[in-house]
Design a protein around this ligand. Structure first.
Ligand code: F6P
Ligand code: MN
Length: 324
């Protein structure tokens, strides 16, 4: 019998999924992702920090660790027997795993987000988006689960299957045990994580940031999307944004591998995620490697970003001078 008061810390991931009536295949899939992360954390701790000599579709130089983490995830998903199609930030196209979609899942993942931070020993993560059946090009709202694993001073896993957001920590036996259930974030916060160069912000985004700063919000930007989102979730407040820039109208972050799964988790925690006009989860991807601007975190802060962007767009259309 577990000791009274300690029960919470003894619930492992599989048991938690079962207790939340998650079906067998999805439970198996999430547990396989958790297994893969054990090999990824080992590679991060001990692996070569060099470049692989290849680049991904976005022209970003791949590190050996990117390639390794990708291989670990692919192998695990391939052997899981519950995956129909898979796709990663490091691949050029969708990899078909099984032609039979019944009872199976399609998975989009970023195997090692923020990998360029490993050599300076900052936190990085793995992000996973899960759809039922074969189709990966669907609005994020159709996800049936999203997961991220954060490799920081400690390794943690956060998941949702649409029944709240839950955090697990990797213990000394490399098992994930429950740390927190039903994580929620406040409607408004006092932290902000602004991505991109400020001198390239559009007037609407600039006005939004100025308004936030006047409110006295504190800067918290690590350069890694997973730790930045994790901070918002666990501190229960804040907003992360990587906006459309004057020279990058689509922003930087990728819809399928990064934004949809994080938006799913943040909405589950009572927050919001927008591209500046509409919810990230309502965007229909037209291609696999699509990017989008993002404003994600506390609901009211995201609404304020949308309001300022709309205001400056309307002013521009009607020719109003913003200083008048
Ligand atoms: O994969 C994208 C990423 O590395 C994210 O983890 C992070 O939020 C963002 O890029 C950082 O971009 P920048 O280096 O432009 O701040
Ligand atoms: Mn990434």
């Amino acid at each position: 019998m577990p000791k009274p008061g300690k029960t919470k810390f003894q619930i492992d991931l599989r048991r938690h999924l079962r207790e939340h009536y998650v079906n067998e295949n999805l439970t198996h899939l999430i547990c396989e992702i958790a297994e893969a992360s054990k090999y990824i954390i080992h590679s991060i701790s001990t692996g070569d920090l060099g470049v692989a000599g290849t680049s991904n579709l976005y022209g970003e130089q791949q590190l050996e660790l990117d390639v390794l983490a990708d291989r670990i995830m692919r192998k695990r998903l391939d052997h899981s027997r519950v995956v129909a199609n898979m796709m990663s930030e490091e691949m050029d196209e969708i990899i078909p795993v099984s032609p039979d979609c019944d009872g199976k899942y399609s998975v989009a993942f970023d195997p090692l987000d923020g990998s360029s931070l490993v050599d300076v020993n900052l936190a990085v993560g793995t992000i996973v988006s899960i759809f039922e059946g074969c189709d990966l090009l669907q609005p994020g709202r159709r996800q049936v689960a999203a997961v991220y694993i954060l490799y920081g001073p400690r390794t943690t896993l956060v998941y949702s299957v649409g029944k709240g957001v839950h955090e697990f920590g990797m213990n000394m036996l490399r098992e994930y045990t429950l740390l927190q259930e039903n994580i929620m974030i406040k409607p408004q916060g006092n932290l902000y994580s602004p991505g991109g160069q400020r001198n390239l912000y559009t007037p609407g985004v600039e006005a939004f940031v100025t308004k936030l700063e006047k409110r006295g919000v504190k800067l918290r930007y690590s350069g890694g999307f997973v730790p930045d989102i994790n901070q918002i979730l666990l501190k229960g407040q804040g907003i992360f944004f990587y906006p459309h820039l004057q020279n990058m109208p689509e922003g930087k972050l990728r819809l399928l591998f990064e934004l949809s799964p994080m938006a799913y988790l943040i909405e589950q925690a009572g927050g919001a995620a927008s591209d500046g006009r509409k919810p990230i989860l309502d965007l229909l991807p037209t291609q696999i490697h699509e990017r989008s601007p993002v404003f994600i975190g506390c609901k009211k802060d995201v609404a304020m970003a949308e309001e300022m962007i709309r205001k400056f767009e309307n002013d521009k259309e009607s020719g109003v001078n913003k200083n008048s």
